[in-house]
Design a protein around this ligand. Sequence first.
Ligand SMILES: [Mn+2]
Length: 325
Amino acid sequence: MSVKNSEGIFGLGFSEADAQLVLLPVPFEATTSYGVGTLEGPENILQASGQVDLYHPTYNEAWKAGIYQLPEDSRIKAWNFEAKKLVDEIRSSAATDKSKAKIDQVNAISKTLTDFIYEQAKERLSENKKFGVIGGDHSAPLGSIRAHLEKFPLMGILHFDAHYDLRESYEGFEQSHASIMYNVLQMKNLKSLTTVAIRDFCEEEATLADSDKRVKSFPAHQLFDWKASGTSWSDICEKIISTLPEQVYISFDVDGLDPTYCPGTGTPVPGGLSYAEASYLLRRLLHAKKKIVGFDLCEVGASEFDGNVGARLLFELSLLCLSSI
Ligand SMILES: [Mn+2]
């Protein structure tokens, strides 16, 4: 292994066999309802990642445990385009009956993708490696979360997002990016879901979040009310971390950050976390000795700046994950 000599993620030249962390790019955004571009997220992050300096004052040389990104599997983009074509036809069609069959087809493609990602994750977890998914839209990690929960039944999820993603379905699509955490909560053995920076949601989602005892919410307005009345970000992070079990899976939708940091994301909402606040919370997980069992990073857009922020966030998530082996 040598440093910064390769086209690999972060310019690292690890083989999969030598890497403790395996990353799967998932260029899929078939049911994206607003902006498009997260399809290019994984490639954009990969391109930007060569610029990230390997030195990190908190995580030291955690990258030396090895980070390897799998090549893009061409089937994923093929599924995306097949489903996207159907979604476009459904949206432009007035004929409900005809749409129903197409909606079923889209749901079947999403299920195929989820099963594929589940198998990919399960294989690496069975080798005692860490596994991360790079979206794509936020429907991407469902299969990986399922595989993690099988291996780590005591884990909780820490979810960064502008949205709850608790819709039972969106436009009939059962695995849309707006439904990922609804689908996750259907996994009845999941112990807890801690959501941070939520600030754009419907009544159905708020009701579900309130009624499911596993959901611990830290919506953006609450975070900023606390800050406005003098509570330090350190104390707020302590409150968030106190809801987490020892084993934590991180699902990071980049739109949990303020759009200043992710202008090209699919559904930007003002009033999110600063990069520094998110980064600080991640470091506090390390200091709290949480075991990060896996993660995903989704909804990163196609601009150069989006790629730059995405690559840095991916690096911090990777180092955090590798620091808690
Ligand atoms: Mn999301």
